[in-house]
Structure formats: C-alpha cells, structure tokens
Design a protein around this ligand. Structure first.
Ligand code: GAF
Length: 397
C-alpha cells in the first residue's frame, strides 16, 4: 500500500519497543506493526475548513501511536494505555457508534471503532489495537484526529488496502462526523496525514489540493510556543456545531454554496440583518485572506511578520467568532506585553491551546510572563510544548 511510508523515523513515538511488549501482554499475541500519527497546530485559518476555505496547519512532534494486529473475525478490540488498558470490543459491521449510547468511559474508543466501520466499506476488517498517546486530550491539539489517522493507517496496512492520503483524510473526517457525531471539517485529519517536517500545509478544503510551505521558525531566530492553557474543551458539547450552523445559515441567506464564496464582504454584511451572522461572516472571510497573506509571508522569507496576522486572527476569533476563553486572552496579552511578536488561540475554541510567536532571544521572558499571569489569577499552571513542524503519520515498525 502507499500508506505508512511517508515518515521520517520515530519522532513522537515514545518507545515503540515498549508499546509492542505492552501489546503482547495485553492481547497474548505479537503485534504486526506500530503506526504513529501526530497532533497539529494550526498556524492560521481557524473555522475556515468547513466553510470550504483555507487552513495552514503543521504537525507536532507528538501524537498517537497504535500497535496492531489483524483479526479476520470482523471484530475490533481496542485498549489504551491512557485509560488503564480496559478492553473495548465492537463489531466492524455496525451503524454509527454515536447511536449506540456507549458509556462515558468507552467514549474514546468511538474514534478507532468509527474509523474501522467507515473503512470497512473500502475493504479493511477487524484488528486488535493498543493505543498510546503523548498528546494531551482536550488541549486543542487534535488528539482525536491523531487517533483516527493512526488507526486508519494501521487498518489499511494490515488488510492490504491502498487509499491515497487525501482520500484517507476525508474518510477519517467522515468517521468523526458520522460515527462520533462531531461535525468537524477536513483540517485535522489532513494535517495529521499530509504534513512534512519543516513545512506548514496550505490546504484548500474545497478542492482538497494542498501545498507544502517551508516553515522553520528556528532558522529565522524565532520560537513558536504552544501553550496548553489547561482549560480543556469538549467540542462535541454543541458550541462548535452552533458556529458551523450559523456559517451555513449565513451562506444560504447570501445565496452562496459556502462562505468561501463571499467575494464582496461589505456587500454581504449589508445584506445580513442579524448582527451575530454578520460577525461570523466577517471572521471567516477575513480569516481566509489572512491565510493567503500568511502563505505569502512565509514564501517571501518573512516569518517574523506572521505575528501581526496571528494577532489579527485572535481578535477576530475573540470578538467576531466569539470562541476565545479567559486563559487564551490572558496568554496572548501577557506574551505581547513581554515582547512576543504575536499570538492567538488555536483549534475549535472554548478551551485548549494558544500559540505565541517570539524572537528566540525573548522566549524565556515570554514564558515567565505567561506563568506569572496565571499565578496572579490563581489558575492552574499552563504547559508549554515544542511547536516544531514535524512529520505526518507513518509506520514506525
Ligand atoms: C476543530 C475541528 F476539528 C476542525 O475541523 C476545525 O474546524 C477547527 O476546530 C477550527 O479551525 O479542530
């Protein structure tokens, strides 16, 4: 198959040998392989994907690894080292998991089982899967898509099914939409499957066409900090779906297939009576322009100038799309006061992570200022992650 060959080693896989041994202990047989899929940070282009627009994510050096072996009895059995290893078993034949009313403690397993059910139509079957993640859940870093994509690669390889990566991304998205019931767009699964080290991925979410845009902050004397604000989100909660529905309503009122097609922003705003819909449209249309501008800056070798784009994106997400949260606003504010070039919330919103772009010479000062801002407010200490553009999903062993 053409899956599982795009990686560059074991970045993000904590210890594939240990995961293999844990698999043997858990399932009393040898795994056939280990697959890894990364989480992502979206540099810019938030809530544009389901509006058929543009996004610019890159893969993190952390994600989800899956040790797996094929089963020929149409059953998926899955354990996770993060949930204490208890077993979830389900047939690959079946309707949407979301309709089966699984209890909370097995909710995480809807992602791999959902992927197995969707891919079954393309010729894959059952498997035993042991999951290990080094990405915090609910931190807006796309742990769900990483789990879906690692599972998808494993199932394709185990059952000898060849699906190209853009198509596999759409199938993993479908699994999340139909099986989990989360109406996400195409960004996270595409990022996990298509990103390459040292690049951000410019993805046109309508055509599915993508381009690798060189992005190596360290070489430009820049540090990109990912700050997990520790305010965790649950996007299945309804706020995300409401934003998506508002965008679709606005597009219908404007008579366009998607907000991507709004070319005359002033005219569109003039035709919408509802101030909430006007704000949503303003965000999506300007955010698409910011993605194109950001790609231009990267291609022009001016990554430091991205700071202004990040700041504009954050204000738009805070004030027009109304999905920021207090920890995110305080993080951006503290970073800018300490001399960072820019920062913004990332991901679906209502909790999760922030990225901050700073000169490397100021990174310590910026980190300290953020820590102090949290301490002053009595908030849980934030976590800092290395936001280095890394490899997409791959077979590890
Ligand atoms: C979440 C979704 F899963 C993505 O599809 C995207 O819409 C993002 O929020 C917001 O840009 O990560």
């Amino acid at each position: 198959t053409d899956t599982g060959t795009a990686g560059t080693g074991t970045a993000g896989t904590r210890d594939p040998g240990a995961l293999r041994s844990a698999f043997t202990e858990a399932f009393r047989r040898e795994p056939e392989g280990v697959w890894h899929a990364p989480g992502r940070i979206n540099l810019i282009g938030e809530h544009t994907d389901y509006n058929d627009g543009f996004v610019l994510p890159f893969a993190l050096p952390r994600g989800v690894s899956v040790a797996a072996a094929r089963r020929d009895d149409g059953v998926v059995e899955v354990r996770s080292l993060q949930t204490g290893g208890s077993l979830v078993t389900a047939p690959v034949d079946g309707g949407p998991v979301v309709g089966e009313g699984w209890p909370d403690e097995r909710a995480w397993a809807a992602y791999p089982v959902g992927v197995a059910r969707v891919l079954r139509e393309h010729g894959t079957g059952g498997a035993s899967l042991l999951v290990d993640a080094d990405l915090p859940q609910g931190a807006g870093l796309s742990s769900s898509a990483a789990l879906e994509c690692a599972t998808a690669l494993a199932l394709c390889d185990l059952h000898g099914v060849a699906i190209d990566r853009p198509a596999l991304a759409r199938l993993a998205q479908r699994a999340e939409n139909e099986q989990v019931g989360m109406p996400c767009g195409l960004m996270d699964q595409s990022a996990s499957l298509l990103c390459t080290p040292g690049h951000a991925l410019m993805l046109d979410c309508r055509s599915g066409l993508s381009a690798q845009v060189p992005f190596a902050p360290a070489e430009a004397g820049l540090t990109l900090l990912a700050v997990d604000t520790r305010a965790s989100h649950a996007l299945t909660g309804g706020d995300y779906g409401r934003r998506r529905a508002e965008c679709e309503e606005a597009a219908a009122l404007l008579g366009v297939p998607a907000l991507r097609d709004v070319t005359d922003l002033a005219g569109a705003l003039g035709r919408l009576a509802d101030p909430v819909l006007r704000r949503r449209v303003q965000h999506v249309v300007t955010e698409n322009h910011r993605v194109e501008a950001a790609v231009g800056l990267l291609r022009a070798g001016a990554p430091a100038e991205l700071g202004a784009m990040l700041n504009a994106s954050h204000l738009s997400l805070r004030d027009q799309f109304e999905i920021s949260w207090p920890e995110a606003d305080a993080t951006v504010d503290a970073a800018l006061r300490a001399g960072a070039r820019g920062g913004r919330m990332v991901g679906g919103g209502f909790g999760g992570s922030v990225i901050v772009l700073t000169g490397t010479d100021r990174a310590d000062r910026v980190r300290e200022a953020i820590l102090a801002a949290y301490e002053r407010r009595g908030w849980t200490e934030p976590r800092f992650l290395d936001a280095v553009p890394s490899a997409g999903a791959h077979r590890v062993s």
